[in-house]
Design a protein around this ligand. Sequence first.
Ligand code: NAD
Length: 495
Amino acid sequence: MTERAKTFVKEVLDGGLGVHIGGRPAAGEGTAVDLINPATGGLIGTLPGASADQVDEAVRTARASFSEGTWAQDDAGRAETLRRLADTVHAHADDIAYLDAIEAGKVFHLSAAEDVEDVVANLRYFADLADHHEGRQLQGPSGWGWVRGVPIGVVGVVLPWNFPIAMLGWKVAPALAAGNAMVLKPSEDSVLSALFFAELAREAGVPDGIVNVLAGDGESVGQALGRHDDVDMLTFTGSGEVGRLFLTYSAESNLKRVSLELGGRAAYIVDSEHTKDAGGTAGDIIGAAFGNAGQNCTATSRIVYVGDEEGYRSFVDTLTDEALAFSVGDPMSDSAAMGPVINAEARDRIVTWVDQAVEAGATVLARQPDLPEGDGYWVAPTLLESVPEGTELSTGEVFGPVAQVLRVDSREEAVQLVNGEPYGLASTVWCEDLATAKWWTDQVKVGTLALNGYSEGTVATPFGGLRQSGFWGRDNGPEALDGYRELMTVWVSAP
Ligand code: NAD
């Protein structure tokens, strides 16, 4: 069921249709981006991105659609449209998953079942919230009034490539539910599903100009959105380095609201004293470390065993077996647990970091020997031990299928490993004793703490990072919707 996606790719590439503005695809007039299939290293095609004038046109179109139509006021109408969009996205799950598979190397069957369905769930959840939009009433001796949440206006969105459609859904669903108009820039490594989404939005009845999508690179299109004086809010998911730039862009332009969801270095802690079968956690841990080829902001990069040496060795043995069983394969195959990494640069960096750690004394516990052949960007899922301090792996976000295992004697040491990091996005603790689990939740400081199984929560739970993993705002949950609204007080003076 990927025929439509294949036709779409052909049409987009033949026409150079790198932008979707005002409900219509159009030829990009800016710098071209190469679309590469990471599983083969082959060029899918070259797509011209948006020019500076087209960024401006998209923002003007979004502003006009926001100001002139009924979209921003009609809560019930928006909710209905978002539910239709959810159905449309659901009906095209395979098409979307195909686009993310060929361009971002995402495993097709997982992407269709998880990422696309996550977008569907988001659209439905925020449609329900839009439908039940309640203000706050107040009264006092001087009069009476109410507080309303009103849409911000034009929201710029700059996205990463690791979960192209899911990250888009996390932004689009609450921002549209709140009544905003949007201009989205997907990563230059994964543009197709975003352009396709714009087409689906139109089919589902989202008014023209409410969802605009621009292909292009960060330096030109991303920056132009960040600096645009008529963009009211910029929501970004990506690296800390680029995230910081958006704060500068805002400060140097119209002080637009900026929300940043950034990197992480999640730990997976096994509290052996309160875990019946530490080895039984291995499958979950390896999935959390190597799923999506480790290219996940909540990927487990440190596996921390709290307990004695004997238990640790047996735990490591089971973990090693699981790591070696984690299958790497063609993203379109049903048996692949992970595909390639996104590009040659990422592959080379990840391999260099591992080599550097090994040269400095790290031990390789497991390195999957069974990789596909060919020119794809394959990296072996790798489990390490004794990674020395001072190596890139000991402090950096590897963003690849690499994790290290370590043992500590006390819970306090494990807590310090998490809380002492500049990142504070997510972590997991396995601890089956309720009272001790409560202790862990009181001690570990991260945006999302999963207990007894890796998780990022649900569409209804806010997701975002502490410390340098985020700056203002949350994805998911009612808090995300609030982030896309301004507060306005209306006060009626008593005569
Ligand atoms: P990135 O920061 O390199 O790029 C993200 C986006 O920023 C892309 O669209 C890119 O074109 C744009 N960009 C690049 N340079 C720019 C510039 N100078 N001005 C404006 N825009 C610019 O990140 P990435 O490699 O695409 O994604 C990986 C990162 O994303 C990791 O750090 C990961 O942890 C993070 N991430 C975080 C979350 C979260 O929810 N916290 C989720 C997914 C990914």
